[in-house]
Each structure stands twice: as structure tokens, then as C-alpha cells.
Design a protein around this ligand. Structure first.
Ligand code: 8BR
Ligand code: GLC
Length: 489
């Protein structure tokens, strides 16, 4: 299909899906909402911070590759690594010292809702999805203010033994502190000079410093847990994220296994009255490999139906599942990496016993679905095109407040580089007789063990910000699919 035919399909899919979203009865979204303090860092600011901390110190720490941030030098090292590679990263910090240092030395440009669950809840509520039930175990007053003020966004509480859905603004814990993450966005072309070691940032991206205070728990009080079957009766699906915050060990003697078990119990409880409920997990950057593996093999595998991830996350996931070679090939910046991405998607689908794996990359999306998925490949494709339109709207406007904002994404052209990149995968699949060139170009493939949907995506040349676009893509495609499934009922 030529690019202009894709553009036409984009408009048709957007109008089809936006008209169908009303078919959704409700969606449950948990766990991680936080406040994002966003700073777009400029060349002179990077230079000032390097000078302040000492270039040698920073260079040494880059070699150490800190997996959590204990001091400003760790921060600077991870920032330079992210800028050098143009790759997104999320690194935890366990004290508030860095927050204070950043406030003194950098200051943020704006604060907005953060966390995958927070971003997704606001997006779905803004698109007028019925009953978006959001849950965050640490709902503070400050956090509640960042949720959109819409009657369809609800927070579950239990009063006198009865489940009530309230606005988050009426449900917060007065004593609860806010979780504030720092998002350092950087632009393509920014020059960094660390004592003669000079590079130019290859693409727009960001480093996230994720605050992990001691009270942070991926958990749910028992009284709410007991009401989950009642809550899930009226909804079609759940989007779960935030498991990366599970720690190996806690001060009170509990460990990751306790929290993994709780996470699985919540999913099973949701399915008690609604066994067919579709559950999507949005993956993310998880530094700790023990936790990364436990999330995939113990929470996602068998319990979840759908997984969303970006390319770095695909490599990370494959790595802990024992597919180091494919993981390595995904990260290689050569023509074959897209083939490995596809192979990796199939491995994840089979190994984790999923119905659907959706990979988003800059320029194209690859989705593999099980043969028995109750939706045709054309509907999957419509869902991906709807998601890409949302991503383009988010990248151009920074925020999507309603369907009209979302439709602004249609003005963004399909990225020709992404369209070109797909040709390598086409050659590979056609050569192996997995599909015909025509099927590949239409993006709808029936392979023998799975279905495959591939679309070129819309990319904004100068995005307002990149944080949260992945969440928007995955949530957009997932609810589009729920709407399509309900249309067929
Ligand atoms: P994560 O947040 O999970 O890393 O996902 C980011 C996604 O945002 C990428 O996979 C890419 O598809 C999308 N994206 C980025 Br980054 N920049 C974009 C842009 N300028 N326009 C549209 N999509 C973008
Ligand atoms: C992670 C970060 C959060 C950010 C989100 C965007 O959840 O912790 O700060 O808003 O990713 O995807």
C-alpha cells in the first residue's frame, strides 16, 4: 500500500473507532499514578551540570553504569548515557536528596500527571470511555488534583462495607505524601561535551528518575480486594502497570514473592465474575533483572492476555527469558533489527502464553495475535491506526483533552522512514513464504502459528514531549480492541 492509501485508512479507522468507544462498559486501571516534574534540558544546562560535578567523575560513573541513583553524579552519568544513545530509561532513586538537588540546580518547566496508570486513566476519561475506574495505592491530595475532573473517571472506595465509586478528588488520603518523578527530556541534535568526548543526541527522548520512597507498595487493601468481583462485573478490561516498583526485599521482612503473589491474586479476583476479561500489562524499563523476570514469568504469563512494550523493553524482556541473541539483535542499529523485533514478539506471545503482543517503535508498530483471538486482522489494524493517531496528537499537543484534540493526530503524516524500515521485514517474511508481498503491504498477515499486523506510524517532527506516548499508544489500541470485540457481540 502506498503512503497516501495508508493516510486514507488512518482517517477511516479513526472515525470508525472513535464512534465505537461508547460500546465499552468500563475499564479498570491500576497501579502507578504519580506527579511528573518535567524539565526539557538544553545544551548549556548539561554543560553547567557537568562542570559543577566534574567531568572525570561523571565519565568514571558512566563506566560503572549505576542501576539506581544515589547521588548527582549517578544522575548525570545515566543522563549522558540516555542522551548518547537517544534511548529512554527509567532509573529509581530511594532518597529525596536528588529531588532537592534537582530543585536547587535545574528546576522543572511544568508538572503534570505521570505514571502509566495515571496517564492512561486521564486519556481514557478524556476520550469519554464510560467508567474509567482508576486505582493507585498512594492517592494523596496533590496526586488527586492531577486527575482530570470528569464524571466518568472514578476511584473505588469501600464505605460501611459497600463499594462506592467516587471522584479521586473526594477519595484521597489526607496524610499520604505525593510521589514525584523527574522527567528530563532532551532533543535530537543537542551537543554534549564531556572533556573532549563530544556527541550529538541522535533522537528526542528522556531519562526518568523514579522516586521510590519507603512507603511505596504495589498492593491493595483487603477490604477493596474483596470487592473486586463486584467491580469487575460491569467492565470489559483492565490495564495494569507499575509492577516495576516491586522490590526484592522490604524492611519488614517481606520480599518480591509476597508482592508478586498479591499482584496475581488481584488479577484472579478481577476474573472471578468476569473470566473472559481482557487484561493488558504495559511493560516498562525495569533495572532489576530478578524483578523483571518475575513480572514476566509469574505475573504476565498465564494471567494476562495482552502486553505492550517499546523496542528497548522487548530486548530487556527477551534477555531475562533466555533469548539473549535475539535481544542483542533487536538493539543492533542495523537493517536486521526489525526482523529480530518480529521474532522477539512471537517468542513473547508463545513463551508468556498471551493473546496479543503490541510493540511500538518510532515509525511502525508490530502486533502479533493468537490464532483464536476473537477479532479479524483488519480490526486489529484499525486499532493500531487509531493508537498511532492518538500518539501523534499527544506528541504535537502534549495532552489530549477530548476526541477533537485526538483527531489533530490525523494531520501528522505517516513517517516515511518507518515505512521504508518495514521493507526489510517484508523481504524476510516473503522469502520464507510466511506471507505474500500484498498481505505484508496491507499490514494484515495470517502466519501459520499467529496473526501479524504491521502498520507504519505517524511521527511528529518536533514533539512537545515524548513522555507517556507509549502509554497512549498501548491504551488506545487496547480500548479500540475492546470496542471492536463488543461491536461483534
Ligand atoms: P515508551 O514511552 O514506551 O518508550 O514509548 C514511546 C513511543 O512513543 C515510541 O515507541 C514511539 O512509537 C512513540 N514516539 C516517540 Br518516542 N516520539 C514520537 C513522535 N515524535 N511522534 C509520534 N510518536 C512518537
Ligand atoms: C513511568 C514513570 C512515570 C512516567 C511514565 C510515562 O511510569 O514512572 O514518571 O510518567 O513512565 O510512561
Amino acid at each position: 500500500m502506498e503512503i497516501d492509501e495508508w493516510e486514507k485508512l488512518y482517517s477511516e479507522s479513526f472515525s470508525n473507532i472513535s464512534g465505537l468507544l461508547k460500546n465499552i462498559n468500563g475499564v479498570f486501571v491500576a497501579y502507578n499514578s504519580n506527579v511528573d516534574a518535567i524539565k526539557h534540558i538544553r545544551e548549556h544546562e548539561v554543560k553547567r551540570l557537568i562542570n559543577l560535578l566534574g567531568c572525570r567523575n561523571v565519565q568514571q560513573r558512566i563506566l560503572d553504569y549505576p542501576r539506581d541513583i544515589k547521588d548527582p553524579v549517578d544522575f548525570m552519568a545515566r543522563l549522558i548515557i540516555a542522551m548518547r544513545d537517544g534511548k529512554a530509561a527509567e532509573v529509581p532513586t530511594y532518597t529525596t536528596d536528588l529531588h532537592d538537588w534537582l530543585m536547587d540546580n535545574l528546576v522543572f518547566d511544568k508538572a503534570r500527571i505521570g505514571g502509566q496508570a495515571g496517564i492512561i486513566s486521564n486519556l481514557l476519561a478524556s476520550l469519554d470511555v464510560k467508567d474509567v475506574i482508576t486505582y493507585v495505592p498512594w492517592l494523596s491530595r496533590e496526586q488527586a488534583e492531577y486527575f482530570v475532573d470528569k464524571p466518568n473517571l472514578k476511584y473505588p472506595v469501600v464505605e460501611d462495607g459497600t463499594l462506592i465509586l467516587k471522584s479521586p478528588k473526594d477519595a484521597y488520603e489526607p496524610e499520604q505524601k505525593a510521589k514525584i518523578n523527574w522527567i528530563i527530556e532532551f532533543s535530537k541534535g543537542t551537543k554534549v561535551d564531556c572533556s573532549g568526548d563530544v556527541f550529538s543526541v541522535p533522537r528526542d527522548n528522556r531519562l526518568i528518575v523514579s522516586s521510590r520512597p519507603k512507603w511505596l507498595r504495589i498492593d491493595m487493601p483487603n477490604y477493596l480486594y474483596e470487592h473486586l468481583p463486584e467491580l469487575s462485573k460491569g467492565i470489559d478490561g483492565a490495564i495494569l502497570a507499575g509492577y516495576q516498583m516491586i522490590k526484592e526485599n522490604y524492611d519488614d521482612g517481606s520480599d518480591c514473592h509476597n508482592y508478586v503473589e498479591k499482584a496475581v491474586n488481584v488479577i484472579e479476583k478481577l476474573k472471578e465474575t468476569n473470566p473472559k476479561m481482557r487484561i493488558h500489562v504495559e511493560f516498562t524499563s525495569i533495572q532489576n533483572k530478578v524483578i523483571r523476570k518475575a513480572i514476566l514469568t509469574e505475573i504476565v504469563s498465564r494471567h494476562v492476555t495482552s502486553l505492550g512494550l517499546d523496542t528497548v523493553e522487548v530486548a530487556n524482556a527477551l534477555n531475562v527469558l533466555g533469548y539473549e541473541e535475539i535481544a542483542y539483535a533487536v538493539m543492533e542499529k542495523d537493517e536486521k533489527s526489525i526482523i529480530s523485533l518480529y521474532e522477539g514478539a512471537v517468542k513473547l506471545l508463545c513463551e508468556l502464553d498471551l493473546e496479543r503482543v503490541h510493540i511500538h517503535s518510532l515509525g511502525f508498530y508490530i502486533c502479533v495475535a493468537s490464532k483464536d483471538y476473537p477479532l479479524d486482522v483488519e480490526s486489529h489494524r484499525q486499532s493500531l491506526l487509531f493508537a498511532s493517531t492518538l500518539a501523534a496528537a499527544q506528541a504535537s499537543l502534549g495532552d489530549i483533552n477530548n476526541m477533537e484534540d485526538a483527531s489533530a493526530g490525523l494531520q501528522v503524516p505517516v513517517y516515511d522512514q518507518g515505512y521504508e524500515d518495514l521493507k526489510q521485514l517484508e523481504k524476510y517474511l516473503v522469502r520464507r513464504s510466511i506471507c505474500s508481498a500484498k498481505d505484508f503491504e496491507d499490514g494484515c498477515i495470517h502466519a501459520s502459528t499467529h496473526n501479524l499486523i504491521i502498520v507504519p506510524s505517524k511521527v511528529v517532527k518536533e514533539p512537545v514531549a515524548t513522555v507517556g506516548i507509549g502509554d497512549t499508544i498501548s491504551a488506545g489500541a487496547f480500548v479500540a480492541i475492546l470496542a471492536k470485540i463488543n461491536e461483534n457481540l
